[in-house]
Design a protein around this ligand. Structure first.
Ligand code: SF4
Length: 613
């Protein structure tokens, strides 16, 4: 199999070189965030400030990205996070990642800082550094159009907006222009901005070689109809279709995680309510038959682009008590244009609403009243965050930093772990998620486990999960977290969309079969899961080298100590001490939460262990 080549771009020196991906390394770490973790762990100086010009920013396609299997469309962007100061990664799909893989490259390691704004233009013939002085300051949709004009109308663009240029620590990278696929989390857009790198534009046609082309074709003929039997319903409304179910389960965060139910509001902002009014068409990542994305055309606002998905709806809807779909859709569009992570941005706005209510952030600080439920005020704050004006100066760098500025009372309602704002699934409704949020390498990250899906009745029979567990007990949840982190951790390094589990119910046995058909290897399910465990531990060791341990595996006090007052999850609190102790035992970590030497040896990480002393 062709593993692709990796570009090494030094923007300070204006130099570009290449390196190969060794098969033995790919077999241990796959690609995506796995291979990026290996490179950053071995080669980066972890003591550097994330904005130091020497801090590397890595774009890495998954091992299977672009190989023709539906859903293999993902790429990870990894770096030391400027938001959290620890392991940072963000994964994106759409059309850019496979198009990049079709250039013959699988990764880009970017170091240095250009003297003036630049963009990278990458084709099968190589890479060029070009001036971006004319497009610096444009939003991501404008940059997309302009850069296609300068390169190829069929090219694909990944760009930062004004937020990334101004080093907002919650800045994202927006891929595919108006279709707005985001590498949103951990402030990777700000790392790109710190390098004066406005965009990466790609155009390629060379599909990666597959070891057993006929075998793969025959397998997909059988596998895809089974996946689609389950995924069809999910494809209809995408993640936005889950808002009411999530509310019913007590999983929806309401008023900055303070309330227990919001039934009428959920009906108004659910995909089922918005889609009939605004849907122009369904959006499919390259070659994906599910098509869970939606493109909206909203005449009232003059907007045309990717519709808000579940996380964005939860953030600008119930988190802010906003029941009006129009400002919610506008907030989504603005975040995409400015290059802002919608989860962190909406969390910061809900935090600001509470700070304003409690008298910690005045009308003068903001410039207007910022009341719960005022969607238009939330939209106005997004402009402030992008420009870093008024309250936006404070909020552009996440809730942890904002709370430190506002004083100890504000830290009580800053909802984050390790500095990363929580995704919008409540660990009091799905207790296994508490164990996951506390231990996920990048912080408040739902995608590290997605274990609430088991509670919702999505089985994982390869691992013995055939009936839904009790979502509210802490018993047995360490094991579920361990299993689900190892299973879900397989997806990003392979470049495979996790919705193929959520919507399509695929498991590790099928994934192992696909890997073998593409690579010619002979891995079984346990070896695939072991690779994921190895990658998870490597990220844990990356954080351990930065001084993180059990003391950092904590929930924010509101979620650890205050139960939801009503609704399905009323009265539930996770037993963190019990879960963490059981979890460390299963992981083979010591009491402080550091992988033991024995564990590292078992995972084939002896060489890496030496750097973790
Ligand atoms: S399921 Fe949705 S996010 Fe995943 S590849 Fe298909 S269209 Fe893209």
């Amino acid at each position: 199999m062709d593993f692709g080549r990796i570009l090494e771009v030094d923007l300070s020196a204006g130099k570009i070189s290449e390196r190969e991906v060794k098969e033995e390394v790919a077999k241990k770490f796959f690609g995506g965030s796995g291979l990026a973790a290996k490179i950053l762990y071995d080669e980066a100086d972890l003591s550097l400030d994330p904005f130091d010009r020497k801090n590397p920013l890595i774009f890495m396609a998954g091992l299977l990205t672009g190989c023709g299997i539906p859903g293999t469309v993902k790429l990870s962007v990894c770096s030391k996070s400027p938001l959290t100061g620890v392991w940072g990664e963000s994964t994106v799909g759409g059309h850019w990642p496979p198009e990049f893989r079709f250039t013959g490259y699988s990764g880009i390691i970017i170091t240095g800082k250009a003297d003036a704004p630049v963009y990278l233009w990458i084709t099968e013939s190589g890479a060029e550094i070009r001036s971006a002085e004319e497009i610096w300051g444009l939003d991501t949709f404008q940059a997309d159009e302009r850069l296609k004009g300068q390169t190829d109308e069929k090219a694909r663009v990944a760009a930062i907006g004004p937020a990334g240029e101004k080093l907002a620590r919650i800045a994202s990278i927006v891929f595919d222009g108006r279709n707005a696929r985001n590498a949103g989390r951990c402030g990777v857009g700000a790392v790109m901005g710190s390098k004066n790198l406005k965009a990466i534009v790609v155009r390629g046609k060379k599909v990666p070689e597959v070891a057993d082309k006929e075998g793969l074709k025959a397998a997909l003929k059988e596998d895809v109809p089974v996946i689609m039997k389950y995924a069809e319903a999910f494809g209809k409304f995408g993640t936005a279709g889950g808002v009411e179910v999530v509310e019913h389960l007590g999983d929806l965060p309401i008023k900055n995680w303070q309330l227990g139910s919001w039934t009428e509001g959920a009906k108004k902002v659910a995909g089922q309510a918005m889609q009939p009014k605004y849907l122009e068409k369904h959006y499919h990542c390259l070659g994906c038959p599910i098509g869970c994305g939606k493109i909206y055309k909203v005449e009232e606002l003059g907007l045309h682009g990717h519709a808000p998905e579940y996380e964005t709806i939860a953030g600008f809807g119930p988190m802010c008590l906003n029941e009006d779909p129009l400002p919610l859709i506008e907030a989504n569009e603005l975040c995409n244009r400015f290059g802002l992570d919608t989860i962190s941005t909406s969390s910061c706005i809900a935090f600001a609403m509470e700070a304003h209510e409690k008298g910690l952030l005045s009308k003068e600080d903001i410039g207007f009243e910022l009341k719960w439920g005022d969607g238009k005020a939330a939209v106005a704050i997004i402009h402030q965050i992008a420009k870093q004006e008024k309250a936006g100066k404070l909020l552009a760098h996440g809730v942890l930093r904002a709370a430190k500025e506002l004083g100890p009372k504000a830290t009580e309602f800053a909802i984050h772990t390790k500095g990363l704002e929580y995704a919008f699934h409540d660990p009091r409704a799905h207790v296994s998620m508490a164990c996951n949020y506390a231990t996920a390498p990048r912080g408040g990250d739902h995608l590290a486990a997605l274990s609430y899906l088991l509670d919702r009745g999505i089985p994982l029979s390869d691992l013995g999960y055939t009936t839904p567990p009790d979502p509210h007990t802490s018993d047995g949840k360490a094991k579920i977290t361990y299993d689900m982190q190892n299973f879900i951790g397989v997806f990003n390094p392979l470049g495979l969309c996790v919705f193929y589990y959520m919507g399509g119910r695929i498991g590790p046995k099928l994934i192992a079969k696909w890997i073998n058909l593409v690579t010619g290897w002979d891995l079984n399910m346990d070896e695939v899961m072991k690779a994921s465990e190895r990658i998870f531990n490597l990220k844990r060791m990356y954080n351990a080298r930065l001084g993180l341990s059990r003391k950092d595996d904590v929930l924010p006090s509101r979620l650890a100590n205050l139960a939801r007052p009503d609704g399905t999850a009323a009265g539930v609190l996770p037993d963190m001490n019990k879960m963490l102790s059981e979890y460390y035992e299963l992981r083979g970590w010591g009491e402080r939460g550091i992988p033991t030497e024995e564990k590292m040896k078992e995972l084939g990480l002896e060489a890496e262990a030496r750097l973790c002393k």
